[in-house]
Structures are given as structure tokens and as C-alpha cells.
Design a protein around this ligand. Structure first.
Ligand code: GTP
Length: 596
């Protein structure tokens, strides 16, 4: 296809503003999916995605569209909407020349709308503002058209009004994509350069790599080369999705399509990498490549210890389709054998644990999420800590922690309570702006460690669900952080150690010692539960002793009954963990960790 007749665009929207529904309607109107085959959210393939309405993996579809007798190829690139996947979002955007900014006409702009809009503007995309769901009785298109126009410039009359549900306005929107989004430009006779914007594991075909051709051409059966690693692969198939995969005679400047090489691991085909040909390799990779970096860490343990091998296998499998997932074996006194896993963010963690339980039938407990700390010790070493148990025990010179730029959008009535919450989480207010009359955007810098710990839940409950949140990394800062240990009869219970700000060490200690006191059954002796920073005790509870004599209940002689009771007690002990001399049912640890 002549690049002049190609348009590459994406849809950016806050969750639930109707991106998938609109995409479905476009597929139907352009005729690439027949009415008969149409099923809700055609593009979201994973069950979990469909159920939770989140797009995890982006994909691309080619749709034909005619304007004034000229045929165009519209490539719609689906972007993941969530911040955890912001690197993937940014690569999808980099594959486009234009973006449809989709806003629910009953809700208005939300935090993710803004975050994605800023990303799109950084990528110099042409922005097409669109209000969706105008069929809703609660829709207020005039009000939100003004809001959108204020935000991106231009007149409220330029804001298109559509309904992805009924299809109203969608044809006009496709016309506008052709009219407004610039055609791709590239050097047709230069060495091939294609940017990978997505890489998906398919159990039948191996890894399917989605690319946007920037320069040159890729031909079937060519030997391709990944520029970040220099590794080469034979092209088994090259084609376009429409939306089912269709082999083609190659991909040229501006085109969007897929490559299949038979590799089985997405790490060999990384999002953001540049693909070139082995025969005539390009010298300069396309800009913007970085390795996905885990930001949030948590220990995952099977509740039934014998599931450990299944967990290992399951993680190995998930890793094939998720280059951002990291894990290594870990053992814990309280929880047994498990894995320390690294995630892009909290949603990523949630998705992985849910897939482990759903697809592999695993019952898991996750330790409190932690972030990466850099610890400088007094003897001049620098230690990277992703697990509180690795925190150096000697004298500490400084600790630095990751900081994020947080954007929160809230109705103005809740500004006070949101600010209070952010301050309690060591947030620094960087800016505050009104969007329209009743909504406010608050911008904070905040330690990531304060966000991974139930911040979102608190934000939602303080604003009755109205506030939305987005964040992106903005570097590191030094902070007065300490490791708090929890001790049972003087023995450290590893899964409960946490790195917290010194001001919060006491309240963490009190919370955990109280929880454990209420959950751990009494023993034959008194058991002190302490919270400590190093050797200094900061909180203390104790479990009083009982005389636990089960046999006393059997008045006298019935020996078989006595034996039965003893057997029963033994069985009960199987799920006990020993911490020093103290016997603790594993359930108590699990309940304490999950805050139940
Ligand atoms: P993600 O892709 O998961 O981020 O969400 P989304 O933006 O794709 O939202 P989705 O298309 O799943 O729509 C969210 C909800 O809004 C669904 O319940 C849709 O049925 C509904 N919806 C989408 N478009 C319209 C519309 O034009 N009118 C009405 N009334 N409802 C709509």
C-alpha cells in the first residue's frame, strides 16, 4: 500500500469510557468482522480481560475505508489503558500518527485520559477529541465538549459526538481519521527498520510479534535481526491482522502487521526493539527502547506447600507471554517455599496472581508489596533491596526510594480529604488545576512505596469511588527509612519484616503485633510478640500461657478415644509452622498478612 493511503491511529481512553465497544463498532462498519461473527469486545481475547474489562495486551487491526472514492488502509492499534503498562502504551503510541481521545459524555475527563493524552502529545500525535456514549440519558456532551476543547485547544464544535453502542457518528469519525491523521513517512529504500509495539505468546504459533514498519521493507522468509541483542531469526510468516491473521507479501513503509519466527519466548522479541534484516542490517535502532523494569515486588507462596512445583511451572509458562514478569525462589520461615516476584505495578501483580489461581488452580498468599531501595552502608557498600529481608543489618548511611509523579482527578468536594490522604503518604503537592467547574486535577510527587500499599483503596473510599489516579516514575529520593522486624519469642518472622518511614515504624509495629496476638493460639508458655528496629524494641504484646491438656477431657479410661484425640491433634500439627519453640498455624500468618 502507498503510504499516502495508510493511517495509523489508536484510541486512548480512561477505563470504561468505551474503547473496546467503539473498536468493535469500527470493525463492523468497515466490514472486517461480519455481523454474524461479532461478539462483544472482539479484540479482548483473554477471558480475564473480558471479565474485568481491562485490555492487557494491545493488538492491531487493519480496516479498509473509502473516502471520496479513494481506498485507505486504517490500522487501529489497541493500547493498554492502565498505568502499569505505560511503557507498552508509549510504544503503541509511537507506532501511530494520530490518536482518538475518547471521553465518556456522562463522566468527562479522567486521570488516565490525561496521562495518555500527555503521552500522545509527547509523541506528536494528531489528537481527535471524541465524546462517547451520547445515547446515555445522563450524557452532557455540550459541557464536556467545552472541557475537552479547553484541554487541547480548538473549538467545542470540533469535538465529535458518537455512540459506540448504537454506532451513531462512527462513520464520520472514520472519515475524520482519514482527513486529520497524517500519512506515515519513511525511507522506502533504506535498510529495514520496524518497531515492535507488541509481542504476544500464542500456544499454537509461538510468539506473534506486532510491528510498525518505519523504513524499508520486510519480505516473507527473510532472516530478521533484533537490534537490541543482534539475535537473528528465520521469518516463518509475515502478514496483517484484519482481525484474523492473513499472510501477506511483505510489509513496507508505514504498514502495520505481524511476524512469526517460531520463537517460544517473548523475551526474544521485546516490545520497543527494532527489527531489521540480517542481509542488510540498519545501523541505528529506532529511539525509545528500554527493558521493562519491575517496580513492585512480592513473595508468592502456595498455601499448600506441595503445590510448589506447580507454582514453578506456572510461572515458567506465564513468563513466555509476559516479558515483564520476574521471579526467583525464596524461602520463608512462616510461609515455606515460594517465589519472590517482580511486577510492573499493582495491577500487574493482581493479574498474575489471578491468572495463577484461575488457570493453574493455585491457592496463593502474597506478602505485602515492596519497592526497590538503594541502601548505602557505612562501610561504603551500596545494596539494592527488593525484599525487606535483604536490608543490611549494620550501620546505614542513606536509603533512597523510588518516587512517582501522581495525577489525581477528583470532584472538587473531595479535594480536602484527598490532600489529607496524600500528605499522610508523604506526598508533595506540585500543582492543582480546575478542569471545568467541578473537577480538580491534583499533581503530587510521592514515594512509590506509599502507593503500593492500599493507597488506591483509600483514595476510592474517601471519594466514594469518584477519584481516579495515574502515576509515572520520576526518579529517586533519600528518605529516613528503617526496617521493622516482627519477633515471636525473640525469633524473627521474616514474612512480616517491612521497610517503612521512621515516623510510621511504631504504628506498623503496633498493628502487626496486635494482629498476631489475636491470631496465634495460646501455647504452653507465654509468648512475647515484639516489633523491633535493629535491636531496639518499639512495640510489644504477649500471648498468655495455657495448659493445653487434651487428655484431661476424657474422664478416665477409654483408651481408644484417647488415641483418637491424639491422632487428631497430630493431624492438626501438620499445618503448623515452628518459629523457635512457638507453634503457629499457617492460617494465622496468612490472615495476619492479608489483614483479615
Ligand atoms: P477497557 O478497554 O477495558 O479499558 O474499557 P473500555 O474503555 O473498552 O470500555 P468498554 O468498551 O468495555 O465499555 C465499558 C462499558 O460502557 C460497557 O458496559 C459498555 O457496554 C458501555 N458502553 C460503551 N460504549 C457505550 C455507548 O456508546 N453507550 C452506552 N450507553 N454504553 C456504552
Amino acid at each position: 500500500t502507498d503510504p499516502a493511503q495508510i493511517r495509523n491511529f489508536c484510541i486512548i481512553a480512561h477505563i470504561d469510557h468505551g474503547k473496546s465497544t467503539l473498536a468493535d463498532r469500527m470493525l463492523q462498519i468497515t466490514g472486517v468482522v461480519s455481523d454474524r461473527d461479532m461478539r462483544a469486545q472482539y479484540l479482548d481475547r483473554m477471558d480475564i480481560e473480558r471479565e474485568r474489562g481491562i485490555t492487557i495486551k494491545s493488538q492491531a487491526v487493519r480496516m479498509p475505508w473509502e473516502v471520496d472514492g479513494t481506498g485507505y488502509a486504517l490500522n487501529m492499534i489497541d493500547t493498554p489503558g492502565h498505568v502499569d503498562f505505560s511503557y507498552e502504551v508509549s510504544r503503541s503510541l509511537a507506532a501511530c500518527e494520530g490518536a482518538i481521545l475518547l471521553v465518556d459524555a456522562a463522566q468527562g475527563i479522567e486521570a488516565q485520559t490525561l496521562a495518555n493524552l500527555y503521552l500522545a502529545m509527547e509523541n506528536d500525535l494528531e489528537i481527535i477529541p471524541v465524546l462517547n456514549k451520547i445515547d446515555l440519558p445522563a450524557a452532557d456532551p455540550d459541557k464536556y465538549a467545552r472541557e475537552l476543547a479547553d484541554l487541547i485547544g480548538g473549538s467545542p464544535d470540533d469535538v465529535l459526538k458518537v455512540s459506540g453502542k448504537t454506532g451513531v457518528g462512527v462513520e464520520e469519525l472514520l472519515d475524520r481519521v482519514v482527513g486529520r491523521v497524517p500519512a506515515p513517512v519513511g525511507r522506502a529504500d533504506a535498510p529495514a527498520r520496524a518497531m515492535i509495539f507488541d509481542s504476544v505468546y500464542d500456544s499454537y504459533r509461538g510468539v506473534v510479534t506486532y510491528v510498525r514498519m518505519v523504513d524499508g521493507k520486510l519480505n516473507p522468509r527473510e532472516r530478521i535481526q533484533m537490534m537490541s541483542t543482534g539475535s537473528t531469526h528465520e521469518l516463518l510468516e509475515i502478514g496483517v491482522s484484519s482481525p484474523e491473521p492473513k499472510p501477506s507479501k511483505g510489509l513496507a513503509v508505514g504498514e502495520v502487521g505481524y511476524l512469526i519466527t517460531g520463537v517460544k519466548d517473548v523475551r526474544l522479541s521485546k516490545v520497543g526493539d527494532t527489527v531489521t534484516t540480517h542481509r542488510q542490517a540498519a545501523t541505528e535502532p529506532l529511539p525509545g527502547y528500554t527493558d521493562p523494569k519491575p517496580m513492585v515486588f512480592s513473595g508468592l507462596y502456595p498455601i499448600d506447600g506441595s503445590d510448589y512445583p506447580i507454582l514453578r511451572e506456572a510461572l515458567d509458562k506465564l513468563k513466555l507471554s509476559d516479558a515483564a514478569l520476574n521471579y526467583e525462589p525464596e524461602t520463608s520461615v512462616a510461609l515455606g517455599f515460594g517465589f519472590r516476584c517482580g511486577f510492573l505495578g499493582l495491577l500487574h501483580l493482581e493479574i498474575i496472581t489471578e491468572r495463577l489461581s484461575r488457570e493453574f488452580g493455585l491457592d496463593l498468599i502474597a506478602t505485602a508489596p515492596s519497592v526497590t531501595y538503594e541502601v548505602a552502608t557505612d562501610d561504603g557498600r551500596s545494596v539494592t533491596v527488593t525484599n525487606p529481608s535483604e536490608f543490611p543489618s549494620g550501620k546505614i548511611r542513606a536509603v533512597s526510594e523510588p518516587v512517582v509523579r501522581v495525577g489525581i482527578l477528583t470532584p472538587k468536594d473531595y479535594v480536602g480529604t484527598v490532600m489529607e490522604l496524600c500528605q499522610s503518604r508523604r506526598g508533595n503537592l506540585m500543582g492543582m488545576e480546575y478542569l471545568g467547574e467541578d473537577r480538580v486535577e491534583l499533581r503530587y510527587s510521592m514515594p512509590l512505596g506509599e502507593i503500593v500499599f492500599d493507597f488506591f483503596d483509600h483514595l476510592k473510599s474517601r471519594t466514594q469511588g469518584y477519584a481516579s489516579l495515574d502515576y509515572e516514575p520520576m526518579g529517586e529520593q533519600e528518605a529516613d527509612l528503617v526496617k521493622v522486624d516482627i519477633l515471636l519469642q525473640g525469633e524473627q518472622v521474616d514474612a512480616f519484616s517491612a521497610i517503612v518511614h521512621r515516623d510510621k515504624a511504631y504504628s506498623y509495629g503496633v498493628l502487626m503485633t496486635e494482629r498476631l496476638k489475636n491470631l496465634i493460639p495460646r501455647q504452653q508458655f507465654e509468648v512475647p510478640i515484639q516489633a523491633a528496629i535493629g535491636s531496639r524494641i518499639i512495640a510489644r504484646e504477649s500471648i498468655r500461657a495455657i495448659r493445653k491438656d487434651v487428655l484431661a477431657k476424657c474422664y478416665g479410661g477409654d483408651i481408644s478415644r484417647k488415641r483418637k484425640l491424639l491422632e487428631k491433634q497430630k493431624e492438626g500439627k501438620k499445618r503448623m509452622k515452628m518459629v523457635g519453640r512457638v507453634e503457629v498455624p499457617q492460617e494465622a500468618f496468612i490472615a495476619a498478612l492479608s489483614g483479615e
